[in-house]
Design a protein around this ligand. Sequence first.
Ligand code: SF4
Length: 364
Amino acid sequence: MTQFYGPSRKRYIRQQKQTHGRHPFGVFPAHYPREILWAMNVLPVEIWDPPLEVSHANAHLQPYICSVVKLGLELILQGQCDDLDGFLFPHTCDSIQNLASIVYDYLDIKKPCYFFYHPKAPYRSSSRQYYLEQLQTLASRLEKQLGPLDLSELKQRVQQGERLAYVLRELYTLRARGELCASNTEFYRVIRQGEYLHPDDFLPILEGFLADRKGQADRLCPIILSGILPNPQEILHLLDNLEARVAEDDLLNCSRRLLQPPVAREDPFEALAENYFAMPPCTTKDSPLMERVGFLLQKAAHTDARGVIFCMVKFCEPEFFDLPQMVEELKEKGLASLVVDSELNQGLSGQLATRVEAFLEMIR
Ligand code: SF4
């Protein structure tokens, strides 16, 4: 079987700068209009869970902050972002907002910082107009650094984003039906390459993966993974070893933002707005809890999954806010759940592994 490994981030960023003159930007989680960046020859390099020892960041942060923020700040403080030409901070949660303020107001990083304020639910008729204005504002601020935005290029990048979403939807559909021959570890390794590869390079990888792995997979116990991101990686290895298939996910850095439905808008800004409002419910967009419950139940119904594993990042306020009620509501509707609460890149303790094992035995 073909292995779908991308180049290392560092090497790729340098190569993109040298070969294509692209501007790599560090982008913090989670929702942002990547098509505008692509159209302006920016390479968005997302910062979720860099594999680092935290040694400098703690001095700037309160101890009860999530490790997405801690690791992101550490990356900057260790000078590992020196090759980047700027940063983008979407307004995802208070912790990212706090990080944006530390980086922009207090650290002398000498790189342009951009902010993107997307609307939160409940959405009103004015939300769409507000979102469109935010898109335009971001584009015109970027123009000052990068030159004018070419609308026909933006249109093409929007179409490319739609093609990406189409292939991802296909992969998710096949996986849900048990028709994708890929382990959990491999699936997420491949789709997470989109966090730093340019779509010109990522799309062929995804298409190759789809063509190569389409087929009847082993019949494994289907489950749903919910939370921010599939980390620690050991949880994926464990699920593979225990013959459980992640049949669907409700992860912020995966399905909640990647599976945009098809849109029919000529104007690229309108198309981006339509995409945004059609995305699945999410804690970071303040979506109503019952909408999230309904969404998970729907996923369980079409995959036959009998359980949800909430893979929580410690101190993630938006996720923990909903969690107790989510668990309660799902239980009432007959869907079992397990909460795995860990720090990023810190592995899975023996105790947690035993709990996952016991949970799978129970739902089987
Ligand atoms: S959404 Fe959660 S994990 Fe992500 S940055 Fe905010 S608090 Fe941290």
